[in-house]
Design a protein around this ligand. Sequence first.
Ligand SMILES: Cc1cc2nc3c(=O)[nH]c(=O)nc-3n(C[C@H](O)[C@H](O)[C@H](O)COP(=O)(O)OP(=O)(O)OC[C@H]3O[C@@H](n4cnc5c(N)ncnc54)[C@H](O)[C@@H]3O)c2cc1C
Length: 454
Amino acid sequence: MTIIDPARDLEDLRSLCGGAVALPTDDGYDSARQAFNLAVDQRPAAVVYPCNAQEVAAVVAFARSRGLRVAPQATGHNAGPLGGLERTILLKTSGMHAVRIDAERRIGRAEAGVLWEDVVDAAAAHGLYALHGSSPDVGVVGYSLGGGMGWLARSHGFQTNNVTAIELVTADGALVRTDRENDPELFWALRGGGGNFGIVTAIEFKLFPITEVYAGFMLWDWTHAERVLSAWGEWGAGAPDEVTTSFRILQIPPLPELPEVIRGRQIVMINGAVQGDDGESILAPLRALEPELDTFANVPAASLVRLHMDPEEPVPFTSESALIAELTPAAIRAIVKLAGPGSNSPLLMAELRQGGGALSRVTPGHGALAKIDAPFIFFAGGMAIDADMEAAVLAQAGHLKAALEPWTAPGHYLNFAEHQVDTSESFGAFTYRRLQAVKARVDPHNVIHANHSL
Ligand SMILES: Cc1cc2nc3c(=O)[nH]c(=O)nc-3n(C[C@H](O)[C@H](O)[C@H](O)COP(=O)(O)OP(=O)(O)OC[C@H]3O[C@@H](n4cnc5c(N)ncnc54)[C@H](O)[C@@H]3O)c2cc1C
């Protein structure tokens, strides 16, 4: 059945999810439809807040019967690529927030709406560590389905390839638990193929007995950008797998809540983490660059969740990203020219994350995102408080990406892609066809609306 009278048909939604439903005519609709990225003005047909898998299944059945789609969203950190949601129910997962740690099996379980910080704290209480990313309030499920590259990425690979089971509601309303034994093809597709195959209600993943790491940041004035980036790039390409770092040129706003040492400054920062006892010797070449400030020390592993100082309140932002195959002197000069001193750049940050190591190796039992063949992953962005600012940031990030074109690798790291991209470029042709075949099998009518559709 397709919609005949949207207003009347959608009223029937109110009987679902215990009434936790916001329709466009409701006072609460504007706050309900808000994403973490405030630059995204999403206007779904309705917003629903299920509390469990049964309520999710009821929403999916409702949508299917009315010819609507369903878009799951935990936080809206990656709401940008979703596009128009006129005929889509936005299913917010914040009502599903249980975390369970099986310390004996070293397995974490997070319901659909769980944010990384909650897992990190719960795991740390058992001396365990999860492969979270740079932000404490990114959703575990969205991050994990898209890849998941954190501070132990070069030693442990993508979080997605450390996922052990996924529970989801498929487009036909079935509650499915998939793992290496149960529908392994669906399990494979979900791990890297993203939220295209159903509404994930819970995810299980490996935890690691890591309580301490050698981590922190080194900081220079941005006038040192070219010198530091040249040395970091050379060091990073050959560094051992135990270390994962990021290089950023940052223009920090003068916000009172920020530490004085960075507030209102234009700086270069390298941060990251080293596992094991060799932190000092591994980082010695970076220390030789004489940072103005160096906080690297042995710290609790759980503190890594705030190492990057990512924003924790919703903010308007926009960005571009790319995979970098080679960081040549000319590529470095291009980055510094467009994001460094004298650039007049509106970018808050131009970042390179260190790839390679386990991120570039295929491991047995991997998902659709087996590896990324790029020693560096580029991301540049900034605040988009109004349309002019958004256009300026996007233009500069676009110039930077275009300038790096001679050294980019094909494809996208989908977690970092905050606009619609051609997802086929992120997978080999065979993998992409395999993903499409799984999508056609589990969601033949395209009911599930993911940020990065296949
Ligand atoms: C500040 C910041 C820091 C970041 N740091 C890192 C990092 O260090 N490493 C990294 O790899 N990525 C990082 N990311 C990218 C992040 O992993 C992606 O934006 C990810 O998609 C966010 O997931 P979410 O659930 O929070 O976002 P949402 O926008 O809520 O979800 C994104 C997509 O995930 C899918 N999804 C979410 N929940 C479900 C569900 N229950 N069932 C099915 N599909 C679902 C949907 O397709 C949805 O559109 C960062 C992003 C930001 C903004």
